[in-house]
Unconditional design. Structure first.
Length: 328
């Protein structure tokens, strides 16, 4: 955990954290760590006796849990690869495919933040028995508009090809406004990306990043792959006009409230940014539309949706246990 995450947890007395450093399933040579992490998680479950197990990865869905399992699908290597490289992932990812498919099909419920992400999972791993779409959310009290400055901002994992930051960097040299990029430039595997013609802020705390959202008049995310797009949601809450990659998931989330550009059309991106820069009226109109849309993705709405499915899973699990006991 980083310092900001520790501070968030400390402010929530109803949260207990068990911390580890195991490699994750999408990392190289991860399977020994994934297996050890699974044993560790089962030990924790045996002590806690959970009503529901909520996983944010896939492989551990196949473990012998003492409670029903919900998997939240935030992303997926195979759908990422298809979107970024326009072809299926190579055979090197065959083991990943097998482990992920096994976990998904062993779970009691698979949740995705968009219908597009859910469809991508089923395309890669086959039809899933029980699914639900629950959009992500952000607290509007943490992301509030302020007086705007002539800035174009983007944020996220800058090393991730899916974010397509290089397209924005290319446009930056032709724009009258400065372009600000915030986020990690170092890949978890060690590679570092460098950018010219932009101001790189590095990784920021949530509070510091919210300050930049509030200052920036335009937020650009010309993504090739984005299952939901939390950074766009945060920027919209702060009153930014959005320029987004024209991909189905971002269309699903933002409808007609943003300017969409084909991710690989660098000229279209530059023209879209120039039009917003040149027109205060157009920029204000898109900012207002995006913020109104963003306010619909409220934490209370997301929390109520998860609470409902937790109760459904726990009740169904209890009924199944009673039926098994009666037959025994």
């Amino acid at each position: 955990l980083n310092r900001a995450q520790r501070a968030q947890i400390k402010s929530r007395p109803n949260v207990t954290v068990f911390e580890s450093s195991y490699r994750l399933e999408w990392m190289p040579d991860a399977w020994k760590d994934v297996q050890q992490a699974g044993a560790w998680l089962l030990e924790i479950a045996a002590d806690i006796h959970p009503d529901v197990v909520h996983l944010n990865g896939y492989t551990h869905g196949a473990l012998p849990w003492p409670a029903p399992v919900l998997i939240m699908a935030h992303s997926c290597v195979l759908s990422w690869w298809q979107a970024v490289h326009d072809k299926p992932a190579p055979l090197a990812w065959a083991s990943y495919r097998q482990h992920v498919a096994r976990g998904l099909h062993a779970s009691n419920l698979v949740v995705a933040p968009t219908h597009v992400m859910l469809a991508a999972l089923e395309q890669q791993y086959g039809a899933l028995p029980l699914t639900r779409v629950i959009p992500n959310a952000r607290d509007p009290k943490a992301y509030t508009p302020a007086r705007k400055e002539p800035l174009v901002l983007t944020a996220g994992r800058l090393w991730d090809e899916a974010k397509n930051v290089q397209a924005l960097v290319r446009a930056a040299a032709y724009l009258p406004w400065p372009v600000i990029v915030a986020g990690d430039t170092q890949h978890p595997f060690g590679e570092t990306v460098a950018f010219s013609d932009v101001q790189a802020l590095g990784r920021l705390s949530p509070e510091a990043l919210a300050g930049w959202y509030a200052r920036a008049a335009i937020y650009a995310l010309p993504a090739r792959y984005e299952p939901f797009g939390l950074s766009a949601l945060e920027a919209a809450l702060c009153g930014c006009a959005l320029v987004l990659g024209d991909i189905p998931s971002l269309r699903e989330v933002w409808a007609d409230t943003s300017v969409f550009v084909p991710p690989d059309d660098h000229r279209a991106l530059r023209v879209a940014l120039e039009q917003l820069i040149e027109s205060d009226v157009l920029r204000a109109r898109y900012a207002a539309k995006a913020r109104a849309r963003a306010l619909q993705f409220a934490p209370q709405r997301m929390g109520a949706a998860y609470h409902a499915v937790y109760r459904e899973l726990a009740a169904a699990w209890g009924d199944d246990a009673q039926h098994l006991a009666a037959r025994a």
